[in-house]
Write a protein that binds this ligand. Structure first.
Ligand code: G3P
Length: 218
């Protein structure tokens, strides 16, 4: 399973990359705005900075909502660097745009996916990735993990190559359950990834080993 970091914060991307287990980055307009990025030049330069840090796919979301806007923006983003994946919302225009990009060999990430039907259309349009938002489904008392399971079944039934990129992942159990269900990728902030390391028996065991190591030094 691939690990992507879901942030536009360069320091966090560097920290995650230094762990040695990072496979890529996802961003969205909210995450970019949070970093104070504004204006076309600033946006494009920021994506270039992210591509310099990581060796993997970097999702850059289109801001336009019409087919024409998505095509213009997406082509510009894709031309920046081969690592760029054009992130497109799962709307009627978005699905058309994904088909267009797919035929041109431009990688896409179909985002804001909350149902199996949307994921099916994304795969049929040729999306490279599909992003079901599992945490946001949990937020409205709907089982986000069940959606991952449904999409996995549908894609396996027909051999769709679209990768399931579990997004809106909030904690370490989301990551573990996504791995059990066969998601291809999880994207989340750094903290849930670091939480995978946590175990009190590791802490107490290490404490004891350190104490005993001291004894051996004398
Ligand atoms: O990038 C999309 C998704 O991962 C956002 O997550 O936590 O804002 O629901 P969240």
């Amino acid at each position: 399973m691939k690990f992507f970091i879901d942030t536009a914060n360069l320091a966090m991307i560097e920290e995650a990359n230094a762990l040695g287990v990072l496979d890529g980055v996802t961003t969205n307009p909210s995450l970019m705005a949070k970093e104070g990025i504004s204006g076309k030049e600033d946006i494009l330069n920021h994506y270039l900075s992210i591509c310099e840090i990581v060796d993997g796919d970097v999702s850059a979301e289109v801001l336009g909502v019409t087919y024409e806007e998505m095509i213009t923006e997406g082509e510009e983003l894709a031309a920046l660097n081969p690592q760029i994946v054009v992130k497109v919302p799962v709307t009627k225009d978005g699905i058309r745009a994904i088909r267009y990009f797919s035929e041109k060999g431009i990688k896409t990430n179909c985002t804001l996916v909350f149902s199996a039907g949307q994921a099916l259309l994304a795969a049929k349009a040729g999306a490279t990735y599909v992003s079901p938002f599992l945490g946001r489904l949990d937020d409205v008392s709907t089982d986000g993990l069940h959606l991952i399971e449904e999409i996995r079944t549908i894609y396996d039934n027909y051999g769709y190559e679209t990768q399931i990129l579990a997004a809106s992942v909030r904690h370490s159990m989301h990551i573990i359950n996504c791995a059990k269900l066969g998601a291809d990728v999880v994207t989340c902030p750094l903290q849930p990834i670091l939480s995978l390391l946590k175990h009190p028996l590791t802490d107490s065991g290490l404490e004891q080993f350190i104490k005993d190591s001291e004894k051996m030094k004398h």
